[in-house]
Design a protein around this ligand. Sequence first.
Ligand code: PMP
Length: 408
Amino acid sequence: MDPAGRPDPLAFIGDELAAMRENHLYRPLRVMSSAQGPVAVMDGREVISLSSNDYLGLSHHPRMKRAAIEAVERYGAGAGAVRTIAGTMTLHEALEAELAAFKHTEAVLTFQSGFTANTGVIPTITGEADLIVSDELNHASIIDGMRLSKAPRKVFKHADPESLRAVLAEAVTAGRDGHGQPYRLILVVTDGVFSMDGDIAPLPAIVEAAEAYGAAVMVDDAHASGVLGKDGRGSVSHFGLEGRVAIQVGTLSKAVGVLGGYVAGSQNLRDILVQRARPFLFSTSHPPAVAAACSEAIKIMVDEPWLIERLWANTRRFKTELTRLGFNTGHSETPITPVMLGNSETTIRFSSRLFEEGVFGTSVIFPTVALDRARIRTIVTAAHTDDQLDQALAAFDRVGRELGVIAG
Ligand code: PMP
C-alpha cells in the first residue's frame, strides 16, 4: 500500500523474489573493490578468483592501461553520439581494421558488447523468407537475436552434426511454404565454445553439413576469442576453416580484457549492419579508452604469445588436478572448467564455503543452466601462478570432502 492506501501494482515482484530465495535460486551480487585479477578483493575479502573471463590477464596489463589513459587524454571520456550520427572516431575505425586483419576477414564492425553484436546481426540479415537453425545450448544473446528476427527457427541437438543434418534435410525438402519453395537464407548458428560447459563446437562437421545444404554458418566466438586458434584468432582458425564461416562474432569483453563485441565477415555484411543493425544505430559508441585499449589488446595477443601458452598450461594442470581429486568436471576442453554439483542448494553452499576458504568460484544455477545441472564454474587465466592454483585446489579438496561431494 502507498500512503494513499492504493495497493502496490509491483507487489508481485516481492513475491517472486521470496520464492526464488525459498528455492535457493536467488544469488546476491559479490562486489569487487580491487582491479580484476587472479587475486581480487570481493566483498572486502582478498580471494583467489576463478570466475573472471579475463583469460589472458589483459584487463590490468600495463600496456592496456597506458593505451586507455592516452586515449582519454587525447580524446576525452566519452564518444558523445551513436556511430551513425557523430560518434564514429578514428579509434573505432582503426580497431575494426586491426580486427579484420587479425581475423583474416574482409571487414569487421564493432558493437557495444558481444550481446549486442548478436542481437544486432541476426535480425539484420534474417527475415520472413529465411530460416535460422540453432544449437540448443546457444548463448542467451543468440536466442534474443533470434527472437528479434522475423525468421522462423529450428533447433538442433547440442553439438550434434547428425541432428543438424536431419533438421537441414527436412527444412530444405519442406521449404518455406511446405512445398519446397527455397528459403532465401538458411543460417546455422552455434557458439564456438559453450560458455557453461567449456566444450568446443564440432565446427568442421557443422560447416560440412551447412555446405551440403547451401546454408551459411555463424559462430559466436565469445569464449574462443583470445583462447583458441593462432594467437587467439578463434575457433575458425583453430579448425582451419578460414573462408568457410560467413559470420564470426567475437567479444572484446573477455580475453581482450575490455568491453565490446564485433562481427567479422564480408564488406557487404559490414555495410548492411552499419545501415540497419539496431544496437549500432541507436546506442552510443565505445568511449575512446575502450576502443584504444581493445586495439592494444590485439597487438599484445600477437606480441606476447606466452600469455596464451600459460593460459593453456594452467588449464591443463587445474583440470587434471580437479579430476584427480574426484570432482566431476563435465566434458570441457577449454579453460572453462565446470565442477558439476547437481542441485542449486549444494552449489550455493559450496561456493560460499569456498569463499570462506579464500577462493571465489561462482555458482551457476537455474535459469542459466538446467535445474539439476548446477555447478561451480571455474576459469583459470594466464595470470594465475602455480601457487595460487595449488591454494585453490586445496580449498576445493577441503570443501568437497566436507560437503560429501568427493570421498573424504
Ligand atoms: N556470446 C557468448 C557465447 C557469451 O558467453 C557471452 C558472454 N557471456 C556473450 C556472447 C556476450 O558477450 P559480452 O559480455 O561481450 O556482451
